[in-house]
Design a protein around this ligand. Structure first.
Ligand SMILES: CC(C)(COP(=O)(O)OP(=O)(O)OC[C@H]1O[C@@H](n2cnc3c(N)ncnc32)[C@H](O)[C@@H]1OP(=O)(O)O)[C@@H](O)C(=O)NCCC(=O)NCCS
Length: 175
């Protein structure tokens, strides 16, 4: 499939309220619950881009710096940053809002990778993505480096083949 799609075509926004069943004993949102919401919002963006069934292939490191409190309203925004062959990288931003206190903070940013598959779970080709805005272009350009890093860490790519990472690994390809 060669038709191009735009990053904006995949934008997905999901809003949830943190209820007692979602919290730990300190009345903060459980990390696993947040990761579940991130997985769902990112999968929807990946489906919008590919018009296919998608599976989560990886989730890049997520750190929990700010707790999200009981009663906060959590907004998750996702969009595909770049499409490769069957896989696509999705960027997720999370904000938490205490509406009565008029306080809103950005709590998390993460990259997930999804693979489009057919009904036999076989990866299938997806449309290319064309970035338009400066932010989309920056995300698009960084996506190749992040892809190579996650594939090296997953032992699916040899470090010497990760051309975008040469400066990080200090590899001399002339040897
Ligand atoms: C993801 C999956 C479809 C890849 O299948 P595979 O047979 O290994 O296919 P390939 O080696 O051809 O890889 C297909 C694509 O996945 C990407 N991929 C595979 N593992 C990856 C990883 N850990 N991180 C990022 N991308 C990955 C490959 O880079 C490739 O991308 P491309 O087609 O854009 O070049 C397969 O491993 C799978 O079904 N995993 C389980 C998914 C799942 O159940 N997720 C929910 C978790 S419970």
């Amino acid at each position: 499939m060669s038709t191009k799609k735009f990053a904006k075509d995949s934008v997905t926004i999901m809003t949830e309220m943190v209820l007692p069943n979602d919290t730990n004993t300190l009345n903060n949102l459980m990390g696993g619950k947040l990761m579940h919401w991130m997985d769902v919002v990112a999968a929807i963006a990946a489906q919008k881009h590919s018009n296919r069934i998608v599976v989560t292939a990886s989730a890049d490191s997520i750190s929990f710096k700010e707790p999200i409190n009981l009663g906060n309203v959590v907004t998750l925004r996702s969009q595909v940053t770049r499409a490769f062959n069957s896989s696509m990288e999705v960027f997720i931003e999370v904000t938490a809002e205490d509406i009565p206190a008029s306080k809103k903070i950005m709590t998390h940013r993460a990259f997930f990778t999804f693979v489009a598959v057919d009904h036999n779970s076989k990866p299938v080709r997806i449309p290319d993505l064309e970035p338009e805005t400066p932010e989309e272009i920056e995300l698009f350009e960084g996506a190749l480096r992040r892809r190579q890093l996650r594939l090296v860490l997953a032992k699916r790519m040899k470090p010497e083949d990760a051309v975008e990472l040469r400066s990080i690994f200090n590899l001399d390809i002339t040897k």
